[in-house]
Design a protein around this ligand. Structure first.
Ligand SMILES: Nc1ncnc2c1ncn2[C@@H]1O[C@H](COP(=O)(O)OP(=O)(O)OP(=O)(O)O)[C@@H](O)[C@H]1O
Length: 320
């Protein structure tokens, strides 16, 4: 029997069952265990039992126990659009806030190198993330979620010079940050089908993608292209959201359809994708967003529209 096997046989059965590695070097026994599912008391008890079991073993002067914690199963929802200005950032921010309101543990990554707008939308402008051992710590917001933005990493105005590997590495820093207990990461992608999208697909494997479009035909053609990119990368398209869908008159509340109606729903159906809902073109949405208070955090029909979207996305995640 090797020294390691002899030591292993001294461990309590539970520790043996959960053992990942056991090493003895210079009198120090290092025991690494998979402690997923254990609470603090169970961990303390097990650690004490292991120390007691090995303390008197030959050649052991010190025992170190490392418990590998549960890694939360974190899933990425990529929010994309075919073209800029369709409200992808607005939808991402409010989807994340609404998911948090539904009790989901969520974080938001602003990967839009061309126009990082999440700090403004979530009222965190000017706040920089801390870092611990080179890992970024998300900036807390008033809405129950943390946020990290490309804007935290690049100097304003320099975004356009960011290409390929640089943008990919920056995305990695944001996605692999210290997201704590967050189970869902909503990632606001740049518009179109460029480098950041490809890195997202290849390195970070989103669980699914939400595509935002306005009702115009041209926006829908671009949205279709964005959906095809995700499908080619084997990322399921959760569905299509139609933003700026009907205009809500700020005076009388009447809803009209300056860009037509039903186009996105028909396009989603044509492509065999789900239609996730309609967000109206509403002055209140723009004003609240500009003021750093996402409408999803408030009351009324605007919040309800985003909560309905979040419910659909949460249900999709639960069933996939
Ligand atoms: N449903 C809406 N009602 C009213 N205004 C909206 C709505 N959605 C977005 N906006 C406004 O439209 C503008 C563009 O939105 P946003 O920045 O979210 O778009 P985007 O697609 O992320 O753009 P970009 O790709 O350029 O970053 C913002 O001023 C935003 O407040």
């Amino acid at each position: 029997m090797s020294d390691n096997d002899a030591l292993k046989s001294l461990l309590p059965p539970l520790a043996q069952a959960r053992l990942q590695s056991l090493r003895l070097a210079d009198g120090t026994a290092t025991v690494i265990l998979d402690a997923s599912g254990f609470d603090g008391i169970e961990r303390d008890r097990l650690e004490a039992a292991i120390k007691e079991a090995l303390a008197a073993a030959p050649g052991v002067s010190e025992v170190r126990v490392a418990m590998m914690a549960d890694k939360p199963r974190r899933r990425i929802i990529a929010v994309g659009s075919g073209k800029g200005g369709v409200g992808k950032s607005t939808v991402s921010a409010n989807l994340a806030v609404a998911l948090a309101r539904l009790g989901r543990k969520v974080g938001l990554v602003d990967a839009d190198i061309y126009g990082p707008s999440q700090p403004r939308l979530l009222g965190t402008e000017g706040k920089r993330p801390d870092a611990r051992e080179k890992q970024l710590i998300p900036v807390p917001t008033a809405f129950g979620l943390g946020v990290l933005s490309m804007g935290n990493l690049i100097e304003p105005g320099k975004a356009i010079a960011w290409r390929g590997p640089m943008a990919g590495n920056a995305l990695g820093q944001l996605v692999d940050a210290d997201w704590g207990a967050a189970e869902i990461l909503v990632v606001d992608l740049p518009p179109g089908t460029g480098d950041v999208q490809l890195t997202m697909l290849q390195r970070h494997k989103p669980a699914g993608a939400v595509i935002v479009s306005t009702p115009q035909d041209l926006a829908l053609i671009d949205a279709t292209r964005a959906m095809q990119l995700f499908e080619a990368g084997q990322v399921p398209v959760i569905g299509l959201v139609e933003n700026m869908a009907g205009y809500v008159c700020p005076h009388c509340g009447e809803v009209s359809d300056p860009f037509g109606r039903g186009g996105a729903e028909a396009e989603a159906a044509r492509l065999g994708h789900a239609f996730l809902g309609r967000i109206p073109l509403d002055m209140m949405i723009r004003q609240a967003s500009d003021a750093g208070v996402p409408p999803a955090a408030g009351d009324g029909p605007q919040a309800e529209a985003f909560l309905a979207l979040a419910r659909r996305v949460a249900t999709w995640l639960d069933n996939s």
